[in-house]
Design a protein around this ligand. Structure first.
Ligand SMILES: NC(=O)c1ccc[n+]([C@@H]2O[C@H](COP(=O)([O-])OP(=O)(O)OC[C@H]3O[C@@H](n4cnc5c(N)ncnc54)[C@H](OP(=O)(O)O)[C@@H]3O)[C@@H](O)[C@H]2O)c1
Length: 250
């Protein structure tokens, strides 16, 4: 892949994406809400294949763009410079962080359908939303590695999905097509494929404070494409909106 990846949001997830992308030989243009100067340390760490810009500039520069910001800010994603582009949406609905979004609470659209509606002239693909950032980084493997993991992808545009699959491959993942954006609830928070399988076995007897530390320190456990198919097929649509606190572990 000889491409420039635009990154809107440069927090936990997109920092991991940026590290994997630069390792794969891609150029990255990072952005956040506070301004490019606040990304100087990350850019310095990533080296000459990285630069920081505004979200609109990152959108403009990217052949492909990954949006990874709190979902509550989705209407601030710059739609104009993303027109005609494939946009990978890693976002999840966490009402405590994002505020309540009535349409999602009614379980009508999926969160990625809302993002697609905002980015009406882009091709949105949901991916990389179901792995904790630390395992997203640590589980990446070269193509063909026996312990390579897979992640679900969902989208309405077949060519855009193929583009997302190629990016995931470059980053270190196989992909399982789970259908359209309307189907993407199958990888949303609270479903069987959401984060937990990639974490591995939680050591016995851990309380919540230890679990919180372990979440970010576990090297993770590979999840094969067949397992992703099983887990997403077994999903049952529940109330929208995630929580990954103590309740998710009982
Ligand atoms: N954390 C995980 O392991 C994980 C796993 C899967 C999916 N996700 C989902 O991925 C998304 C990002 O999660 P995260 O943990 O990476 O979040 P995070 O660490 O809090 O980072 C969020 C990033 O978004 C930026 N941002 C916020 N509002 C923005 C705006 N209007 N325009 C441009 N950038 C903006 C922030 O910039 P400033 O810092 O300058 O405000 C920051 O760089 C969320 O929707 C989350 O649910 C997270």
């Amino acid at each position: 892949m000889n491409k420039t990846l635009g990154l809107i949001g440069s927090g936990n997830i997109n920092s991991a994406v940026a590290r994997l992308a630069v390792a794969a030989g891609l150029d990255v243009v990072l952005s956040n809400s506070r301004g490019p100067e606040t990304l100087a340390d990350l850019v310095a760490e990533l080296g000459e294949h990285a630069r920081a810009a505004t979200p609109a500039e990152a959108a403009e520069a990217g052949d492909l763009v990954v949006v990874s910001i709190p979902l509550g800010a989705y209407e601030k994603i710059p739609a104009g410079p993303l027109a005609g582009k494939t946009v990978i949406d890693t976002m999840n609905y966490y009402p405590e962080r994002d505020g309540r979004i009535a349409e999602l609470d009614a379980n009508e659209p999926t969160s990625s359908e809302l993002v697609q509606r905002h980015l009406a002239d882009s091709r949105v693909v949901k991916a990389a939303n179901n792995v904790v950032f630390s395992q997203l980084f640590s589980l990446a493997r070269p193509s063909g590695a026996p312990d390579r993991s897979a992640v679900p992808v969902a989208g309405d545009d077949v060519a855009a999905k193929a583009e997302a699959v190629r990016l995931l491959d470059a980053l270190g993942y196989d992909a399982v097509d789970i259908g359209t954006l309307a189907d993407s609830w199958r990888s949303e928070p609270g479903t069987p494929v959401y984060c937990k399988p990639y974490l591995g076995e939680r050591p016995a007897g851990m309380g919540w404070p230890e679990t919180q530390e372990w979440l970010y320190q576990s090297p993770g456990a590979p999840v094969s494409a067949d397992r992703v198919r099983e887990l997403t097929a077994a999903a049952v649509r529940g109330p929208a909106g995630g929580g990954f606190g103590p309740d998710a572990w009982t």
